[in-house]
Design a protein around this ligand. Structure first.
Ligand code: HEC
Length: 179
């Protein structure tokens, strides 16, 4: 009995800790989005920038959309990683006075910068448009609703389909006193 009782909580706890580990180790998407905090308390990029990617929420539009930033610096082969790294490692070298100010004294670490760049390279390689991703949401909603309707219908197939009094009523219609 005891074993059975602890089985579900144990499985749940294991799943949660595995997801936690996966999300924390080297995950640039989580850093970009702020799900994982930067070591020195820097603000998440998502506050000001948008990246079109299914792994992260919609971002701010104060600054440039970074979805295609790697291509705009010529791609990985042309040294886009190094260009980005040089911009992000020291707050003084950041590409805008707004960023210099926001990150001053809250420098990103080298591994954080590498993870962020990995994420940006990955996001740039995906061909997602915003209309696509929201259509996907609508379509999965419709499919989900259809499944629920079918399931409910199936679950209710033994339900009473006529009124409780129907049998009494039928019997009365057939009863002999009428004639
Ligand atoms: C407080 C707002 C803010 C935050 C937070 C912020 N940025 Fe920026 N960023 C800007 C602004 C403003 C610019 C310059 C104007 C523009 O490109 O729209 C800029 C420019 C950039 C550029 C240069 C774009 C180009 O076309 O050359 C890159 C790359 C960049 N940011 C990356 C990041 C990354 C990565 C983070 C997270 C570590 C981040 N930014 C966080 C406001 C911000």
């Amino acid at each position: 009995m005891g074993l059975k009782r602890y089985f579900f909580p144990t499985v749940l706890a294991s799943c949660l800790s595995i997801t936690g580990l996966v999300a924390n180790v080297g995950d640039g998407a989580a850093l970009y989005e702020g799900t994982t905090s930067f070591q020195n308390g820097a603000p998440a990029c998502v506050v000001c920038h948008h990246v079109e990617n299914s792994r992260v929420i919609d971002g701010g539009y104060l600054a440039k959309d970074l979805t295609k930033i790697v291509s705009s610096y010529g791609g990985v082969d042309a040294g886009a990683r190094e260009t980005l790294k040089a911009m992000l490692l020291k707050s003084d070298d950041m590409p805008s006075p707004v960023m210099v100010k926001a990150y001053n004294g809250k420098e990103l670490t080298e591994s954080e910068v590498n993870d962020l760049i990995d994420f940006l390279v990955n996001a740039d390689s995906k061909d997602v448009t915003s209309s696509n991703s929201s259509m996907g949401f609508v379509i999965s909603g419709i499919i989900g609703a259809a499944i629920i309707f079918v399931l409910l219908n199936f679950l209710g197939k033994n339900r009473k389909q006529e009124s409780v009094n129907q049998k009494l009523y039928d019997r009365q219609l057939n009863s002999t006193w009428r004639d």
